[in-house]
Design a protein around this ligand. Structure first.
Ligand code: NOJ
Length: 561
């Protein structure tokens, strides 16, 4: 395999693979049953041992940590009560510094989740703001009286179900919360709020973090007149939040100004990344607008195309083609299959596909994620083939933000996709060494067979496949930054696409179902392609593009000039 040169102007977050850790369930370093920073430090070598020439570790380049700040954990960290400290559940600032240092030694960047659309209702800012209309922070949140003749200030909903307005007895007014009532939205119109948040951003950048993932980053700004959102014509979504056009509580012009301001701060510090959750009814164009007119907003807007796709090649390809068309030159796409809010992709896709072989789907979806043009984000455990734990007893659910919202529209709890990482076949799947403790969430019952230790020994495991795929990607300039184009315009059973630079052409073929002929009707030389990775051929074998794709085959071949 050739060692591809680095594109002269490529950034680490364009070239690299990002790995999302849900700290509560990744690794427990102190044996109390809950994940923490020491646990993550102990597992860094699994993620990347710093030996980039060998595939001795998974080989990821950056970690995105779901929130680790002080929090009463109603939304498991997405409700922050102190942005300047580490939640004792996870450790201390010293532990964080050690994590940063040890990650950097291995070439791993650290990206923090920054949750600033809202705070916890236990944040001192909110406590003060609720204390009265004359308090110093009276206008740090979105306080309103009911509209004349109505019970509430307007019709804005909470994403977790029911109205987004909760009454504070103490203050005698309603406050708005996009999420749970324990998560009041900040008033971003207030320059003092912005200044306070920007100081927090600087503080972490100065501490050495490599970037942020902005939570709910299209919701910061709200209509100053608090106008009602219009109802969508004929809308019947179970979650009433989705039945409205979010004209006045999401994606307002001022939101772009805020992101620009945040980006400008990051730019002062050099090579840092700004990722944002730009979930706007899954409208791709609106999300991509968050790159900014001159790429002066988000580096990587998170859009949910693969998470909302069925496992069907025609649909998936249309999503890729849309993103290819809409991503302007100079901007860079980003893809993921899973995150902490969604059912894991094997749970979603195995049921909706013709293929009941979850290992085949795991390898095929890994290939898709790591060979399209864009930065891939992995969610912990996906590299093993972890699936949702659907057997969590109601009393063990931890998604309190959802459980407490408890309206008829409330979406299901998200715990199934957040269960402990499966490290080995010892108790708690090796996630915690604690003897008389309960793991934060019950471990999936498949852990005796599906765990890191076992998968590392198995040359055909999903984990081995991910490791090899990441290694292949690292050594292929075409896969990292080459152009993307498809060979099949209306795919029904398979995907076949090319990644290409001046020096290298890589062809990716993924068969979604039955035996298929190679359908390559473009002037590609059919002879002498070198196998980079395949579920059928040996690596480095030289093959011709004749014949058939076996059911569920994945094959990646390369030609160098
Ligand atoms: C999006 C996060 O991903 C989710 O977990 C959280 O509940 C909401 N934002 C509120 O912060």
């Amino acid at each position: 395999m050739t060692r591809a040169t680095k594109k002269p102007d490529s950034k680490w977050w364009e070239d690299g693979v990002i790995y999302q850790i849900y700290p509560l369930t990744f690794a427990d370093g102190n044996g109390d049953g809950t994940g923490d920073l020491r646990g993550i430090i102990q597992r860094l070598d699994y993620l990347n041992d710093g030996n980039s020439e060998q595939d001795t570790s998974l080989g990821i380049d950056a970690i995105w940590l779901s929130p680790i700040n002080n929090s009463p954990m109603v939304d498991n960290g997405y409700d922050v009560s102190d942005y300047t400290d580490i939640c004792p559940t996870f450790g201390s600032l010293e532990d964080f510094d050690e994590l940063l240092e040890k990650a950097h030694q291995r070439g791993i960047k650290i990206i923090l989740d920054l949750v600033v659309n809202h705070t916890s209702n236990q944040h001192p800012w909110f406590v003060e703001s609720s204390s009265g209309k004359d308090s110093e922070k009276a206008d740090w949140y979105l306080w309103q009286d009911p509209l004349e003749g109505r019970d509430l200030p307007n019709n804005w909903q909470s994403y977790f179900g029911g109205t987004g307005w909760t009454h504070s007895e103490e203050r005698g007014q309603f406050y708005y919360h996009t999420f749970n009532e324990n998560q009041p939205d900040l008033n971003w119109h207030n320059p003092k709020v912005r200044e306070a948040i920007y100081n927090i951003i600087r503080m972490w950048l100065e501490r050495g973090v490599d970037g942020f993932r902005l939570d709910a980053s299209s919701s910061y700004s709200k209509d100053p007149y608090f106008r009602d959102n219009p109802l969508k014509y004929g809308a019947t979504d179970k979650n009433d939040y989705n039945n409205y056009h979010h004209l006045y509580d999401k994606n307002l012009p001022e939101n772009h100004q805020i992101i620009k301001e945040i980006r400008a701060i990051l730019d002062e510090y050099g090579d840092r990344v700004l990722i944002g959750e730009t979930f706007i009814d899954n409208r791709l164009y609106d999300s991509l607008v968050f790159h900014g007119e001159k790429n002066n907003e988000l580096h990587l807007p998170l859009n949910f195309e693969f998470s909302f796709s069925p496992w069907y090649p025609g649909y998936i390809q249309r999503e890729i083609e849309k993103k290819e068309k809409l991503t302007e030159t100079g901007n860079w796409p980003c893809y993921f299959l899973d995150n902490h809010d969604l059912p894991r992709h094997l749970s979603r896709w195995v049921e909706c596909s013709l293929c009941v072989d979850s290992e085949a789907i795991a390898k095929a979806s890994a290939t898709l994620l790591l060979t399209v043009r864009g930065t891939p984000i992995l969610y912990y455990g996906q590299e093993l083939g972890m699936v949702d734990n659907t057997d969590i007893p109601p009393e063990r659910l931890q998604d309190r933000a959802v459980v407490m919202s408890n309206t008829k529209e409330t979406p299901p709890p998200r715990d199934g996709a957040r269960t402990p990482m499966q490290w080995d076949d010892s108790p708690h799947a090796g996630f915690s060494f604690g003897k008389d403790v309960e793991a934060w969430l019950p471990v999936h019952s498949n852990y005796p067979d599906l765990n890191v230790e076992a998968a590392l020994q198995d040359p055909d495991s999903i984990l081995t496949f991910y490791k090899r795929l990441i290694h292949v990607r690292k050594h292929s300039e075409a896969l990292r930054w080459g152009r993307w184009h498809t060979l099949i315009h209306y795919p029904h059973e398979e995907l076949a696409y090319v990644r290409e630079t001046e020096n290298e052409t890589v062809l990716v073929m993924i068969n979604f179902a039955f035996e298929q002929p190679f359908v390559i009707d473009v002037p590609l030389d059919r002879e002498a392609w070198t196998v980079l990775l395949s579920t059928v051929y040996e690596t480095d074998k030289v093959i011709d593009l004749n014949g058939t794709l076996e059911p569920f085959e994945v094959t990646i071949v390369q030609k160098t000039r």
